[in-house]
Design a protein around this ligand. Sequence first.
Ligand SMILES: [Zn+2]
Ligand SMILES: [Zn+2]
Length: 223
Amino acid sequence: MKLSKIRMTLFPRTCAICRRGACCGSVPICGHCRDDYRALLREPCLFCGLPPAECICPHNKQSRFLFWYDSPLSHRLIAMLKYHAKRGRVQFLADRLAALCTERYDAVTFVPRRTSDVRFYGYDHARMLASCVAKRLELPLIETMSCHTEEEQKLLSASQREKSLQGRFRVYFESPEQYPRLLLIDDMSTTGATLRVCSSLLRKAGFQTVSCATLARVPKLYK
Ligand SMILES: [Zn+2]
Ligand SMILES: [Zn+2]
């Protein structure tokens, strides 16, 4: 028996969704949660009625996403990524997301977390997701931006949020001509404002095109 198989039998991995059920093989989701996960990926778009992977709405051209952020299951998956991510679990989701990113890119980057959050949780979850997407697409992962303000974004209204975003991020990457076509990754998109602001900053800094992809998207707020 292979060492990895012995380890799996002795210490079965727990499910990325319920964190109780054991899973085997490369899928980090237990038998009980698997149908719910499949249903989540098929949940129709409010506008065109198609699942996220096939959505033909203009908003989906600006940014691809894997599932809607509107159910306990979607909340649990994002919480897993934010608070107790393990590389194997994240790679599983990143592989699905990467399959939706079908344009040509030269590098993958991400929307950085606040430094205080990275210090508190011990990692930047968007960076981890982007690194897994980059691995799948066989592209370099580059760090392009820093995040400055310490303001809590959740407490702001939509219009205040757009305003506070201006000046929050700074692009420090020095040779954008090396990677003209960029894929920008974030965990989720609430109104689309963060992705719009970051894409625009990256283009101003000299990257030619910036395509976006997130794991989840909030349906009602999205413009
Ligand atoms: Zn489960
Ligand atoms: Zn749609």
